[in-house]
Structure formats: structure tokens, C-alpha cells
Design a protein around this ligand. Structure first.
Ligand code: NDP
Ligand code: 13P
Length: 308
């Protein structure tokens, strides 16, 4: 029997609300905070054993610095469920929370977790990872249930990057389906997309094997194959001729892949890392190529061995 725990969830969007329901269904006291709500941030995080952030990337640093001015228990564990990279610094959400709270454990939670399915109580699995294993274990116990299977993993950076990098590939997968390129093309795209994720992930310090687990390949498969994914929807609608501005104006929620793609392109150029799919997604989002031209650019590259 898991002890009843007070969990403050920051961000009451699609994912924050789904995580709140999972925690409440396990008998925990859940306090939800968002800018739209009436609860003060200080009151929500006060005495919370867990502070979980499900805030879009663009709000993470601001909210982390607001939490810094709130009184917290020294035992508080931070959990981050955001999938993005900060444009100015390329920092991950975990790195931002850890720098703001150097004396607290930070746990990343990431996996193939389309919130609409979780809200329908469909079964799912996820991964929790931290440099402090006991903190990850605590979070695993808090969220585990017969419908939500939680694994621990010792590579928090790899877990976090899997969820972040796959968003760019989900945009590409949406384009692939929107252009009706078929199952072979999709399989090639997702497989080569994973190779690209491993390449940049290794450069940033993540372990290869993590990308072959739930938070990497698992999340890649979920988002590249589901119209529930907002990132997939962006690609699909671009392939159908809509403009990015128009798509984002009507999208239900956040598509982090749009910003992540820009950050990755900057990094790839600075560090000379070969990321052909990311580059074509970037050029498409910048309206430098059409979906068909992006496809041609990828297919007409020099032929080469599968592995270097
Ligand atoms: N939906 C999903 O299936 C999953 C989403 N994720 C990740 O979780 C994160 C949130 O996604 P999701 O819940 O779907 O997105 P939503 O767009 O539904 O919600 C975003 C949340 O972030 C908050 N927010 C946005 N900008 C700021 C800001 N500047 N300051 C404070 N709060 C801000 C919003 O607050 P407010 O309500 O006040 O506007 C809202 O609570 C993303 O990084 C996403 O990749 C991860 C797994 C699954
Ligand atoms: O990360 C997700 C599922 O694991 C959600 O994907 P989208 O943000 O593309 O909707």
C-alpha cells in the first residue's frame, strides 16, 4: 500500500490534467495549478511532497523561478513531464529545474502517453528516471496502477531527450501520411528518424540503449502513428496545404516539435551534426520547401551504408 502523498501539479493542460487524474485515482491528494486558476502558486506547492511540472516548454523557466520564491519542504521531489528544449540555452526542462533547485531530486517522467487515451483509462506505460534512484522509485510507486505501468531507468537525459526529439519526427510522420506515401515510406522514416535521435542524443550525453526503450522508440511509435498527436497533426495538415500559422492557431494545445526543431537545427549547424530529417522539417516549417520538395531532398541524397 503506497502512502497518501500530496502532489502539486503545475500546468492544468491536457497532460497535467491526465497526470492529476492518475494520481488522484491512486488515492493521493492532488493540487492543480495554472495561470487560469484561482489557487496561488505558493499555496499549491506548500508542504507538497511532489511538485510535478506539466507546463509547456515556453513557461518552464518562468514558473521554476516563481516556485523558487515559495517555501518548500527540503524533502520535496520535483518531477518534470515537459517534452521540449529551451531555445536560448538548449537546456532540457530537467536541467532548468535542477539548476533552480540544486538540493532537491529531479525526476523526469516520459513515455508513449497520449493524454486523450490515458483520460479514457486505456492501458499505458511510462518511464521515470533520475540521478537519484530512490526518488525515481518513489515516483514509480505513486503513479503505478493496473492501467499505468511505470518503469524506472538510470538515464534521465536519455529518457527526457527521447520524448523531446521524437516530436520532430512526429511532424515528419504526419507529412508522410498527409502525402499518402505508404507504409514502406513511414517505416523508413521512423527507423532513420530513430538513428537521427540516437546521433544527437549521444552527442548531448544520452545512452544509445535508452532510445530503444519506451521513452524513445515507444514514444516515437505512438506519436508517429496517431492523429491524437499534435505534432503529427502539424505535419499532416502542412502536407494538406495549410500554413503553419493557420494550423497552430487552431491546434488543441502545444506542439513542442515546432520549437524543438529550431533548437536542434541551430545545434546541428553549430556542432556539425548530420540531421537530414530534422533539416527538412525545419525548412518546411520555415516555408523554404514544400512537403514534396522535402521528400525529394531526402530521397535524392548520396547513397551510403546504413551504418557508419
Ligand atoms: N498532451 C499529451 O499527450 C502529452 C504532453 N506532454 C508534454 O507536456 C507539456 C504540456 O503539454 P499539454 O498539457 O498537452 O499542453 P497544453 O497546451 O494542453 O497545456 C500547456 C500547459 O502549460 C501552461 N503554460 C504554457 N505556457 C506557460 C507559461 N508561459 N507560464 C506558465 N504556464 C504556461 C498552460 O497554462 P495555462 O493553462 O495557464 O495557459 C497549460 O497549463 C508539453 O511539453 C508536452 O510535450 C507529454 C506527454 C503527453
Ligand atoms: O508526447 C506525447 C505522447 O507521448 C504527446 O504528443 P503530442 O505533443 O504530439 O500530442
Amino acid at each position: 500500500m503506497v502512502q497518501e502523498t500530496t502532489i502539486a501539479i503545475l500546468g492544468a493542460g491536457a497532460w497535467g490534467a491526465a497526470l492529476a487524474n492518475l494520481a488522484a485515482a491512486n488515492g493521493h491528494r492532488v493540487r492543480l495549478w495554472s495561470r487560469q486558476g484561482t489557487e496561488m502558486l505558493q499555496a499549491v506547492v506548500q508542504d507538497a511532497q511532489i511538485v510535478l511540472s506539466a507546463i509547456s516548454m515556453k513557461g518552464v523557466r518562468t514558473v521554476a523561478s516563481q516556485v523558487q520564491s515559495c517555501p518548500l519542504s527540503p524533502e520535496t521531489i520535483f518531477v518534470t513531464a515537459t517534452k521540449g528544449l529551451e531555445p536560448q540555452t538548449t537546456a532540457t526542462p530537467t536541467q532548468i529545474w535542477q539548476a533552480a533547485f540544486p538540493n532537491h531530486p529531479v525526476v523526469v517522467l516520459s513515455g508513449p502517453n497520449l493524454s486523450a487515451e490515458i483520460q479514457k483509462s486505456l492501458p499505458a506505460a511510462t518511464v521515470v528516471a533520475s540521478n537519484i534512484y530512490t526518488a525515481a522509485q518513489k515516483v514509480q510507486l505513486l503513479f503505478s496502477s493496473p492501467r499505468f505501468r511505470v518503469y524506472t531507468n538510470p538515464d534521465p537525459l536519455g529518457v527526457e531527450l527521447g520524448g523531446t526529439l521524437k516530436n520532430v519526427m512526429a511532424i515528419a510522420a504526419g507529412v508522410c501520411d498527409g502525402l499518402q506515401l505508404g507504409t514502406n515510406a513511414k517505416a523508413a522514416l521512423v527507423t532513420r528518424g530513430l538513428t537521427e535521435m540516437v546521433r544527437i542524443g549521444n552527442f548531448l550525453g544520452a545512452k544509445t540503449e535508452t532510445f530503444y526503450g519506451l521513452s524513445g522508440l515507444g514514444d516515437l511509435l505512438a506519436t508517429c502513428n496517431s492523429p491524437l498527436s499534435r505534432n503529427y497533426q502539424v505535419g499532416y495538415q502542412m502536407a494538406c496545404g495549410k500554413t503553419l500559422t493557420n494550423i497552430l492557431a487552431n491546434l488543441p494545445g502545444t506542439a513542442e516539435g515546432v520549437n524543438t526543431c529550431q533548437v536542434l537545427m541551430q545545434l546541428a549547424q553549430q556542432q556539425n551534426i548530420y540531421m537530414p530529417i530534422t533539416e527538412q522539417v525545419y525548412r518546411l516549417l520555415q516555408s523554404e520547401v514544400t512537403p514534396q520538395q522535402a521528400l525529394d531532398e531526402l530521397m535524392l541524397r548520396n547513397i551510403k551504408p546504413e551504418y557508419h
